[in-house]
Design a protein around this ligand. Structure first.
Ligand code: PGA
Length: 233
C-alpha cells in the first residue's frame, strides 16, 4: 500500500473537484489517496477519498486574520494537512519551528500532518542536503504526539520537470528513516514530492523507504493523476 497525495495548490473549481472525486472513487486501487484542494473546496462531499488542507494556523483561535485553525478544519471533516510546503516556507516564511507548532495543533485535533522538508538548489549544490533535511525532520516533526507523514520535496524539483536521480532520492529517504528512528518514530511513512509524473512515479515508488508520492501539477487532471495511483504496487 502506497500513499498518494494530490496537492492542487491554488487551482481548480468545485465542479472540477467533484469530477475528480468521482473518477478517483471509480479507480481500483489498494493505495491510500489524499486530495488537498484549496480551503474553500474542503466542504465538497467526499465519501471514498480523504480530503486534506494545504496549511493550518499554528494558533487555536484569536486575532489572526486570514488564518484557519486545525479545529475549524476538523469540523469540516478534514483528516490531513500539508504543513511546511516549500511554497509556504518561501512566501509565508514558515520556519521549522512554525511548522512544528502547526503540526502540533493539527495533531491535537486528530489531523495527520504531512510535513514537508527539502533543500534549495543552492543547498543541494553546496552539499547541504543531508544537513537541511535531517534538521528539517528533527525540528519540524513533533515527536510521538500522533501519526505523521513526512514528505521529502527537494525545492528545486518542484514544478520544474526535473527530479533527483533515483539513487539520490533513495539516499535522502534512508537518512529521513534513520532520523525518524532516532526520534522513536520508525515506520512513519515517507513520501517523495517534486515533478512526479506518469513516467517516473512507478520507479520512484519502487525505491526503498519511499512509501508514496506528493503530486502537484500532475494531480490536477485525472488523465495524469490516476495512472500515477495505479502505477504504484
Ligand atoms: P509538482 O509539485 O508535482 O508540480 O512538482 C509538488 C508539490 O509542490 O508538492
Amino acid at each position: 500500500m502506497k500513499i498518494i497525495v494530490g496537492n492542487w495548490k491554488m487551482n481548480g473549481t468545485r465542479t472540477e473537484l467533484r469530477k475528480m472525486l468521482r473518477k478517483l472513487g471509480e479507480t481500483q486501487t489498494k493505495n491510500r489517496i489524499i486530495l488537498c484542494p484549496p480551503f474553500t473546496m474542503l466542504g465538497v462531499k467526499s465519501d471514498k477519498i480523504a480530503l486534506g488542507a494545504q496549511d493550518v494556523s499554528a494558533h487555536d483561535h484569536g486575532a489572526f486574520t486570514g488564518q484557519i485553525s486545525a479545529r475549524m478544519l476538523r469540523e469540516m471533516g478534514v483528516k490531513y494537512a500539508i504543513i511546511g510546503h516549500s511554497e509556504c516556507r518561501k512566501y509565508h516564511h514558515d520556519t521549522n519551528k512554525i511548522v512544528h507548532d502547526k503540526a502540533t495543533t493539527a495533531l491535537s485535533v486528530g489531523i495527520t500532518p504531512i510535513i514537508c522538508v527539502g533543500e534549495t538548489m543552492t543547498e543541494c549544490r553546496t552539499n547541504k542536503t543531508a544537513q537541511v533535511v535531517s534538521s528539517g525532520v528533527l525540528e519540524s516533526v513533533p515527536q510521538n504526539l500522533g501519526p505523521v507523514i513526512v514528505a521529502y520535496e527537494p525545492r528545486w524539483a518542484i514544478g520544474n520537470n526535473i527530479t533527483p536521480r533515483a539513487q539520490e532520492i533513495a539516499s535522502v529517504h534512508k537518512l529521513i528513516a534513520k532520523t525518524l528512528a532516532k526520534m522513536n518514530m520508525s515506520g512513519t511513512p515517507i513520501l517523495y514530492g517534486g515533478s512526479v509524473n506518469t513516467t517516473n512515479a512507478a520507479q520512484i515508488m519502487s525505491l526503498a523507504n519511499v512509501d508514496g508520492v506528493l503530486v502537484g501539477g500532475a494531480s490536477l487532471k485525472s488523465d495524469t493523476f490516476i495512472p500515477i495511483i495505479t502505477s504504484a504496487r
